[in-house]
Ligand binder design. Structure first.
Ligand code: NAD
Ligand code: IPM
Ligand code: MN
Length: 368
């Protein structure tokens, strides 16, 4: 049987830097665990714009639709800030999500023991933290019409539309309930039903899906602003958080800091199963292209490496190998390896992106 295919899109800024380390990890699994992938690489974001004048070439889109999984670094950067909106690097990523129909974005926030001291919250609030944010990814205000900047009288008006259909809410709610059953069986759904009709519909549909098909799962609803506050007040009250595209974007950056650094947070964006039974899937760190540290060998590659671990688990049915990789990262952190983003007040000498990759490969070797 042919090896599963992996399309790698390193993107911009620190994207290619962290992806170098992921490529070494992928090669390790091929060499040492007989887990070979057909890896190919292409451009996305500003890198694609520079080469083709578009942030995602149609050929790349077609390859992404064919691949068993896509691994993406990050897109964007100040060089592209003044581009027309339609060709901004971020549009490439949004097109991938939309055309692959990746409606369920899993953003786990897990606090590694070795980093509990490093969180901006008190250690006992975050030690052992294990939250899964399920963010709707193909609809909402990111894609709703009408949108644009229009003339209105003697001034301009910027318009975006928050829009959700029942079926869009239904399918992402199901993915959250399914996930909760494999975890602590608890879902908290966040919207603003107090001020938004889309929030009222969201709450109704989530409740209906729950009552009809997942009555065994504990469900609560929370206004998203309160949710943001609760996330920093007492984050361990949550297991699965289900929310829309925009609230999920914001809440997941917030959850990232609970774990110590944005450089630690992976994500999986999943769609419906393809013909071969695998879900359409794209894996990427939650962080962006980090222009402030690009080219300085400072980027933490762990979020991107953990995204590959999620690919092993969700696309390739290799939960044990994913756990091996996660454990290797835990060991490395417990041994004190720290990139600059993980240095606390007490200081110390940070290691480089490549050195962090070296440490993780050593820990993987030791796991055999
Ligand atoms: P960012 O996530 O790139 O950076 C925020 C802060 O976190 C910066 O100080 C950065 O140095 C730090 N950081 C992020 N990742 C890190 C890592 N792996 N190791 C160490 N430190 C890390 O967010 P931003 O600065 O708001 O955005 C920069 C660009 O990235 C923008 O163009 C934005 O649109 C884009 N972006 C892309 C994605 C994506 O590709 N998925 C996500 C977020 C932002
Ligand atoms: C993310 C990013 C993206 C988003 C941007 C780059 C399109 O912030 O993946 O969290 O807003 O979804
Ligand atoms: Mn974001």
């Amino acid at each position: 049987m042919a090896n599963p295919s992996l399309l790698i899109l390193p993107g911009d800024g620190i994207g290619p830097e962290v992806m170098e380390e992921v490529k070494r990890v992928i090669a390790w699994f091929g060499d040492k665990r007989s887990l070979a992938f057909d890896v190919s690489e292409d451009l996305v974001g500003g890198a694609a714009y520079d080469a083709h004048g578009t942030p995602l070439h149609d050929d790349t889109m077609a390859r992404a639709l064919q691949a068993d999984a896509v691994l993406l670094g990050a897109v964007g950067g100040p060089k592209y800030d003044d581009l027309d909106f339609s060709v901004k690097p971020e549009r490439g990523l949004l097109r991938l999500r939309k055309e692959m129909d990746l409606f369920s974005n899993l953003r786990p926030a897990q606090c590694f023991d070795a980093l509990a001291d490093f969180s901006s919250l008190k250690k006992d609030l975050v030690a052992g933290l294990d939250i899964m944010i399920v963010r709707e990814l193909t609809s909402g205000v990111y894609f709703g019409e009408p949108r644009g900047i229009f003339e209105e009288g003697n001034e301009r008006v910027g318009i975006n539309t928050q829009r959700y259909t029942e079926s869009e809410i239904d399918r992402v709610a199901r993915s959250a309930f399914e996930l909760a059953r494999r975890r602590s069986n608890k879902v908290c759904s966040m919207e603003k039903a107090n001020v938004m009709e889309s929030g009222i519909l969201w709450r109704e549909v989530v409740q209906k899906v729950h009552d009809e098909d997942y009555p065994d799962v504990e469900l609560s609803h929370m206004y998203a602003d309160n949710g943001a506050m609760q996330l920093v007040r007492a984050p361990k009250q949550f297991d699965v958080i289900l929310t829309d595209n925009l609230f999920g974007d914001i809440l997941s950056d917030c959850a990232a800091m609970l774990t110590g650094s944005l450089g630690m947070l992976p994500s999986a964006s999943l769609g419906a199963p393809a013909a071969n039974g695998r879900p359409k899937a794209l894996y990427e760190p939650v962080h962006g292209s980090a222009p402030d540290i690009t080219g300085q060998a400072k980027a933490n590659p762990i979020a991107c490496i953990l995204s590959f671990a999620m690919a092993l688990r969700y696309s390739f049915d290799q939960g044990d190998e994913a756990a091996r990789l996660e454990a290797a990262i835990e060991t490395v952190l417990a041994n004190g390896a720290r990139t600059a983003d993980l240095m606390g007040e007490e200081g110390g000498t940070p290691i480089s992106t490549t050195e962090m990759g070296d440490e993780i490969l050593k820990a993987l070797d030791a796991s055999l």
